[in-house]
Design a binder for this molecule. Structure first.
Ligand SMILES: C[S@@+](CC[C@H](N)C(=O)[O-])C[C@H]1O[C@@H](n2cnc3c(N)ncnc32)[C@H](O)[C@@H]1O
Length: 385
């Protein structure tokens, strides 16, 4: 099932997993998918009601009941590789996971043949849109040192996959006699969509990306469509990261100022721009990048923008909205596109935007996290006159 505008049906839509009774990863596995859809819509409606946000129909878009993820963070504990167990501090050893895309499941199966002499750590596995395999080994320094000195395990892993190590995402390079840790390297690990054109995104295995390539296609195309419903708007974006929404919005925007705190993500976005295909070359001139902490202080004048695009962290926008206060209603940007995987902070910010004269025009749930309590919300707000 690809992009589906989900309608509730009577058919059985339950996924099965042999680890259901012990693994904490999927909280809704016991429910039919129809029921999950209903619960997610109702939960969002309750949050809107509680914060007195007027809303219309909530559209629900699904990319499937499972098998969506192209990256997952596994915990390693005492030889077990998996996720935390229900109500336990122990890790459930996961051989097959209904959340993984088929290429990621194959990668996990293969990865499980490596025996890590590490008691505790975290491992991210990732598969790129072109099938490249990645592993990010986030272990204590003493364990990293031991693995570099042992050599063979890492050499074997590097025959299959691109490897990043530790919080600084360093890349182990074999010199002929030993492993040295080199600076992080940008590669294509994700992609976005400018309307119907896929665009490769450069980042690290360890970078923040949306969890699923197929669900992200729905997100990116929704953003392109919404931005395209305005006349060549000038946009300011909060939390552009590696440029996932930036590029999908750029397809229809006149200009975008992308604001982001994380230097490594912005290096990825810059490399993505350098490697844009020639046919998309004209878009490069439309994008400006600005690095800073925009939850604290924003120096840009919102009067110069027609629209705001935001996909903040769980804490929401915080002070990013403050400059709207000092502008008259008609000087405020005409529209606001707000995407969030944390509806609790979304409704707080929508409450503030209501006070600044914005009304919710469209609301879409993109179910990036089927079988779990989580979901992504995309909203389009327009300022009244
Ligand atoms: C949920 S991610 C969104 C990334 C991007 N939209 C995507 O789809 O991949 C939130 C982004 O906000 C950035 N961010 C968090 N706090 C910030 C701040 N105070 N100022 C600017 N950016 C911030 C994070 O670094 C991250 O890239």
């Amino acid at each position: 099932m690809e992009h589906q505008n989900y309608s509730l049906s009577a058919q059985q839509t339950k996924l099965s997993c042999h680890l259901e009774s012990i693994c904490s990863g999927c909280q809704y596995l016991h429910l039919d998918y129809d029921e999950q859809v209903k619960i997610k819509i109702e939960q969002l409606q309750q949050l809107f009601d509680h914060s007195q946000i007027p809303y219309g129909p909530i559209e629900f878009l699904s990319a499937g009941l499972g098998g969506l993820r192209c990256r997952l963070d596994f915990s390693l504990q005492g030889g077990r590789l998996g996720l935390y167990g229900k109500g336990l501090h122990d890790i459930v050893d996961i051989d097959i996971c209904a959340q993984l895309s088929p290429p990621l499941q194959n990668w996990l199966t293969e990865f499980r043949s490596y025996q890590w002499p590490v008691d505790k750590g975290s491992i991210r596995l990732r598969v790129s849109p072109h099938g490249k395999l990645g592993a990010w080994l986030d272990f204590a320094n003493i364990d990293i040192k031991m693995i570099l000195e042992e050599k063979n395990l890492l050499k074997k892993l590097q025959e299959k996959a691109f490897v990043e190590i530790g919080q600084r995402r360093k890349v182990p390079v074999w010199t002929g006699t030993e492993f040295k840790l080199h600076e992080p390297q940008l590669n294509v690990w994700f992609n976005t969509w400018m309307n119907t054109i896929p665009v490769d995104l450069y980042c690290h295995v360890a970078s923040f990306t949306q969890p699923s390539l197929s669900a992200n296609k729905i997100i990116a195309q929704t953003i392109s469509k919404w931005v395209g419903s305005f006349q060549e708007p000038r946009l300011i974006e909060f939390g552009s990261g590696i440029g996932n929404l930036t590029l999908s919005a750029l397809a229809s925007a006149k200009t975008i100022l992308a604001c982001e705190i994380d230097a490594l993500s912005l290096m990825g976005l810059e490399k993505t721009l350098e490697h844009l295909p020639e046919s998309l070359d004209e878009y490069k001139k439309k994008l400006n990048i600005f690095r800073g902490d925009f939850q604290r202080k924003i120096v840009q004048d919102f009067k110069e923008f027609d629209g705001i695009l935001a996909n903040p962290p769980r804490s929401g926008l915080m002070n990013f909205l403050d400059p709207l206060e000092n502008l008259s209603l008609l000087d405020r940007p005409q529209f606001f596109i707000y995407m969030s995987c944390f509806p609790e902070s979304l409704v707080v910010d929508l409450g503030k935007l209501k006070n600044y004269g914005y009304k919710l025009k469209k609301c879409v749930i993109v179910d990036q996290f089927p079988q779990t309590t989580h979901y992504e919300v995309l909203t389009l707000l327009e300022r009244g006159n």
